[in-house]
Design a binder for this molecule. Structure first.
Ligand SMILES: [Ca+2]
Ligand SMILES: [Ca+2]
Ligand SMILES: [Ca+2]
Ligand SMILES: [Ca+2]
Length: 432
């Protein structure tokens, strides 16, 4: 069983340079930052991207249409229909320099769109908290990806849209209409590229079509430029922007979108969608090898608690065997250390075995004094067996004096990639 931890939204906007100064600079980090800046300059010419993401793989379906995407402040699942889904995932990676500078290779991904037939529709939108004057909007860009497994018509690729309020008065909403960018009406020939990220650039001469503009009615006109629309509606404001696919895309479509940029006046908005990393080692303990019988699954504590402890009652000449499972509950491959923690007792001898491929490897020295490292993929686990018994002299003491010996062996797991992520469990034994 696995629980993925949520980190929430990470904001990294126009104060990027200020934030960077607060990082401790090493030559390696500096080089990474310079490289990251160059990458960012290439991908996002006018803006620093705000990294919007979550460490959970968020999935939106038709049930979630028009609901705000948790953690992705201001963005909504938008008009998702039928069997379509939109998912924050790392299936298709597109990254800004800002994300690289913040997370290195540990945050990546995009919003994946999946559709099954022509009645599906997938989309996201950002509802602007302050509308942008339509006259100030000069264009921008967005990145899209069409996977080759798609079998809908090959001219179709995700489209960018704006909602425009004609008179600029938000108190009246019956004057709003939509404008849409589609590659196929802007010189991108069919079939569009597959299995590669493409950047759609929008400028004053880009064709945007509308399905409901007042001056156009329900005639679909495909060759009106952004500048022409701005001339037509000088008082308008932009209230919403987004990216959608479908409906009417007959067949299966899979693709992704990322790196949305809007330029207006001397300002820009830019967004990089990323699945953020989470590191979360989990330690469980039980009397048996089978993890399902263990205590402490999805409990993470920096001290031993009753929820992560087993207690044995043993005769002085018996040994007490406990099993520990080390799980990677994060969403990234992690190196997890397992080691004994706290008191040792000269009356007790402990042997620790790492169970690899059904074989028991004695790792007592490392487990008790150093630390046993395991590289685990998300939701992978490794098990340890801990056997405690009284030393020969302690046995004699217990037998002669009938004295009860209590002992607790604690173990700790720690993420080597995020050292503050710890968990503790223990095995307690009474010898009599
Ligand atoms: Ca209005
Ligand atoms: Ca991204
Ligand atoms: Ca635990
Ligand atoms: Ca777990």
């Amino acid at each position: 069983m696995k629980k993925i931890e949520t980190n929430g939204t990470i904001r990294w906007g126009l104060n990027t340079c200020y934030e960077r100064r607060r990082l401790r600079l090493s030559p390696g980090l500096l080089l990474c930052m310079i490289t990251a800046f160059m990458v960012s300059t290439l991908q996002l010419p006018n803006a620093f991207a705000e990294v919007v993401g979550s460490s959970e793989a968020l999935v939106g379906s038709s049930d979630d249409a028009y609901t705000e995407i948790p953690g992705l402040s201001g963005f909504y699942f938008w008009d998702i229909r039928n069997s379509a889904t939109v998912e924050l995932s790392n299936t298709y990676d597109r990254r800004s320099g800002e994300s690289q500078a913040l997370y290195g290779d540990n945050a990546y991904g995009s919003l994946k769109y999946s559709m099954t037939d022509g009645s599906d529709k997938a989309g996201i939108a950002h509802v602007l908290s302050s509308p942008i004057a339509f006259g100030d909007y000069t264009g921008g860009s967005f990145d899209w990806y069409r996977a080759s497994l798609s079998d809908n018509p090959p001219a179709q690729s995700p489209a960018f849209f704006l909602t425009v309020d004609v008179d600029g008065d938000l108190g009246t909403d019956d004057d709003r209409f939509g404008l849409k960018y589609e590659a196929v009406y802007n010189g991108v020939s069919s079939p569009v590229p597959v299995d590669s990220w493409e950047t759609a650039m929008i400028s004053g001469t880009t064709n945007l079509w509308s399905w409901n503009a007042p001056e156009v009615g329900d005639r679909f006109v495909f060759n009106i430029t952004l500048d022409d629309w701005k001339t037509e509606y000088p008082d308008a404001v932009i209230t919403i922007f987004g990216i959608d696919s479908g409906s009417g895309w007959n067949g299966i479509f899979e693709g992704a979108i990322d790196l949305i940029v809007l330029d207006y006046g001397s300002e820009s908005l830019a967004f990089d969608f990323e699945l953020l990393p989470s590191f979360r080692p989990d330690l469980t303990v039980g009397f048996r090898l089978n993890e399902n019988s263990h205590k402490g699954d999805n409990i993470y504590k920096s001290t031993v608690t009753a929820g992560q402890r087993v207690s044995h009652m043993n005769a002085f000449n018996e040994s007490a065997t406990s099993y520990f499972a080390v799980e990677n509950d994060g969403n990234r491959t992690d190196t997890i250390e397992f080691r004994a923690s706290g008191i040792r007792n000269k009356d007790i001898k402990t042997n620790v075995y790492k169970i690899v491929g059904g074989k028991f490897r004695n790792v007592s020295g490392l487990a008790l004094r150093g630390g046993v490292l395991s590289i685990l993929n998300p939701s992978e686990s490794v098990k340890f067996k801990s056997v405690m018994k009284l030393t020969r002299s302690a046995k004699n003491k217990v037998r002669r004096r009938g004295r009860l010996v209590k002992f607790e062996q604690k173990y700790r797991v720690k993420s080597m990639l995020e050292g503050s992520k710890l968990d503790f469990a223990s095995s307690r034994v009474h010898f009599k």
